[in-house]
Design a protein around this ligand. Structure first.
Ligand SMILES: [Fe+2]
Length: 447
């Protein structure tokens, strides 16, 4: 497929002139035919995240990524590289490995064929009994392309598509200042949701819902549409960059302690010095940048070393087409992802990985989406069913929980004869753009 020569230049993500105007119809969220088209033309060609590199530090460590009805192994090799193979025995197709584990060899539980971690068959019972020739030392597990970026292990089922770097452009360049592979996963959830997977990408492609759904956010991340930068790229990636300071138009009542004041104090800035609310928000934010620049090293914020002035105080909330969102915060990386249910397009799995950058001398961190957490890798993923919130009571009131609370009613609305297409403000341009890029894939015009 041909791609435009320079896919790194952003389009204005708040300009509907960049859209064709494809309708966002309800059937996209429930039709089995549409889900089948997504599988055939998109999921089997994009790059997927299998897990974190930190999960498989040693040779033989392997990630198992089950996606819809497929299963892929990403295995750390003796030379330190990671290779990906289909989790299907070449003998009769048996799925061999159930979950992320560490193995020197993979033995098929059906007839005992044994595969090396390099994918080569080492042993088969009655190896002389194959009229087509002894398969040992010859047959290999079918391999997929595998690569890493940002401390994540990625693979693609497409043998011919773009490299990971080409696929992700311009994100690796834009975020090169974040030491992403040092971020520690402090909260790890996989939550079954009663909505199509696209609800999640739609939701993370706009911040228009924040004032309504997340009233706790505007005092902390500026929600004024004019101060945000909305960007999108031809491949379907996009981001909204918002300053992490109070919105001028969302003022807390007089007498209420402002959360931004505590942030300023943490960096030796006296919030009482500002005569007006505007000064407090705007000059306070500039002073915060300067203070972080001055104090990061002695305070142990080693991850700031290569981050720029925007990155140390702002929030580039970034969607990587089609289903990965990473919120780049000064001290956290939040990874969100939705994956379709294997058979029911009205359900999905929502992954929430809260990652924090280690700060010298600190043993706990604010995970942003899951509260205060010890600053160490969690070993096990929590598998939950959202179930109207009952499945994850410990996240009640968190931003991400508030989003999940909206999922089922949105899914229900997609079935209504009263809904035919979205009616979008300019700041939601990226929502329609996402669907247009998806249509490009499905109709064979890969961007
Ligand atoms: Fe939200």
């Amino acid at each position: 497929m041909n791609r435009p020569a320079d896919t790194t230049l952003p389009l204005d993500g708040r300009d509907p002139a960049n859209l064709r105007g494809d309708a966002i119809t309800g059937d996209r969220y429930f039709s089995p035919e549409f889900a089948k088209a997504e599988w055939d033309h998109m999921w089997t060609r994009i790059w997927h995240v299998a897990g974190r590199t930190a999960e498989i530090p040693e040779a033989g460590d392997m990630l198992v990524h089950n996606f819809m009805k497929e299963s892929v192994l990403c295995i750390r090799q003796d030379d330190g590289n990671i290779r990906a193979f289909y989790n299907a025995c070449r003998h009769r197709g048996m799925r061999m490995v159930g979950e992320t584990t560490s193995l020197d060899t993979i033995t098929c539980p059906y007839h005992g064929w044994r595969w090396g971690k390099d994918g080569l068959l080492q042993h088969a019972q009655d190896r002389h009994d194959f009229p087509q020739g002894d398969p040992c030392g010859k047959l290999r597990l079918n391999e997929l392309r595998c690569d890493t970026w940002g401390g994540f292990v990625w693979y693609t089922m497409d043998p011919d598509g773009p490299t990971l770097g080409e696929y992700l452009a311009p994100m690796p360049e834009a975020y090169r200042g974040y030491p992403m592979d040092t971020a520690v996963r402090v909260a790890w959830y996989r939550i079954a949701l009663g909505a199509n997977w696209k609800f999640v990408t739609d939701n993370f492609s706009e911040s228009y819902h924040t004032r309504t759904a997340h009233p706790q956010v505007p005092p902390w991340i500026d929600q004024d549409v004019e101060t945000a930068r909305h960007e999108m790229w031809p491949a379907g990636h996009g981001r909204t960059v918002q300053p992490m300071r109070p919105s001028l138009s969302d003022r807390l009542p007089d007498g209420v302690e402002h959360p931004f004041a505590a942030i300023l104090r943490q960096w030796d800035i006296d919030p009482a010095q500002y005569a007006t609310y505007e000064d407090f928000a705007l000059q306070g934010w500039r002073d915060l940048k300067a203070a972080k620049r001055r104090l990061w090293q002695e305070r142990g914020y080693v991850h700031y070393e290569h981050m720029d002035d925007e990155q140390i105080t702002d929030s580039p909330h970034t969607v990587i087409f089609p289903n990965v969102t990473i919120s780049f915060l000064p001290d956290n990386l939040i990874f969100f992802r939705s994956e379709p249910h294997p058979t029911d397009p009205e359900k999905c799995f929502f992954d929430l990985w809260c990652m924090a950058f280690p700060v010298e001398g600190q043993e706990s961190c604010q995970s942003i989406m899951a509260g205060e957490k010890p600053l160490r890798e969690v070993e096990v993923c929590e598998h939950r069913d959202f179930d109207g919130g009952r499945g994850i009571p410990e996240l009640a009131g968190q931003i991400v929980y508030q989003d999940m609370e909206l999922a089922e009613a949105m899914q229900a609305g997609m079935h209504s004869r009263g809904y035919a297409d979205a009616y979008l403000p300019a700041q939601e341009t990226r929502v329609r753009f996402f669907h247009e890029v998806l249509n490009d894939w499905i109709e064979g015009r890969r961007p």
